[in-house]
Design a protein around this ligand. Sequence first.
Ligand SMILES: *Cc1c(COP(=O)(O)O)cnc(C)c1O
Length: 396
Amino acid sequence: MSNVHELKYLQDSIQELKDQGVYRKLPVLESANEAEIILNGKNVINLSSNNYLGFANHPKLKKAATDAIEKYGVGAGAVRTIVGNMDLHENLEVLLAEFKREEAAMVFQSGFNCNAGVIQAITNKGDLIISDELNHASIIDGVRLSRADKAVFKHSDMADLRRILEERRKDYSQVLIITDGVFSMDGDLAKLPEIVELAEEFECMTYVDDAHGSGVLGESGRGTVDHFHLHGRVDFCIGTLSKGIGVIGGYCAGSKVMKEWLSHRGRPILFSTALPPAAVAPITEAIKLLMNSTEYTDRLWSNARFFKERLGKLGFNTGASETPITPVIIGDEAKTMEFSRKLLDKGVYVSAIVFPTVPKGSGRVRCMVTAGHTEEQLAKAVDVFEAVGKEMGIIG
Ligand SMILES: *Cc1c(COP(=O)(O)O)cnc(C)c1O
């Protein structure tokens, strides 16, 4: 009998991961994802989640979810084009469009599949896609699924983007420029005003994936486009409903014609079951909370300022972040891993991020401050950073 079922080639690849020291187990969370969690059986302060506004376990969102289950059940039962399109989905999209200050919004099952579905739907053979080199993996996959030609510009380098436009714009009918709104490893913002200027000069469309800007930047979390006052000048405004908004899902906001087209050619809309009622209802509640008050985003930003200031005073290198994402740059990969391990031993969970996710020698722990943290929790975390930083000679 053949030994094909042993999957020897995968076993070999896994051994390679182990040899390179990059094999890992998944951490197990045994509580809601909040400021303090039970991780692998231990109570720790959580500085690793994308739950920016503390919505993932918010009582009002939970109530909306359970109410929706009572009325609509647990599953949408079909793709949206058949019979899975509930009034819940329709109402959410109307609200999202208003929130985003755009004409329309189309909701997807995740931020990932939104990028995978939208990019291929809006580009064709004979088009060109120009993408920032640090764009998210789901954009890279989305671009791969398109039959358009591709070009990559150096991270946030406007001279390089201009060079590509000057060399190649003339050879294509449509050109689409794609960027993250907030880059998740450093917390820096895209140079969106310059990108939009260049795009308009060269008659290109623009596409911004604002996963880490959604619920974070702009008025009450309306995103990077709102932050830079660029409404109407970015054609495809992608956001996620799984980070700041605390639930699950993604969306594309923009023009009516965008939505009309995606409802016919967005493959996740046609071929993947619609978001369940227990997701759509709390998302809607979250957007309402943001439209009624800046309380959550205000607290997020004041917590982020507090934490950054304290770490900076201690002498840590917190990089060039312009958002609540707070990298603490250690440099050496092994030292970074050790730093993260020691923080966890002392009750603070911050994941280490090293090569190849970030360039060699720029290993960091990435702290995600949220509105759900209390100042006491953040101050306690800073004390642990100080103790471990001194012990390891990272700060004086
Ligand atoms: C997290 C992320 C996504 C994926 O969003 P999900 O809703 O988690 O699938 C897409 N793009 C960027 C830039 C992200 O950071």
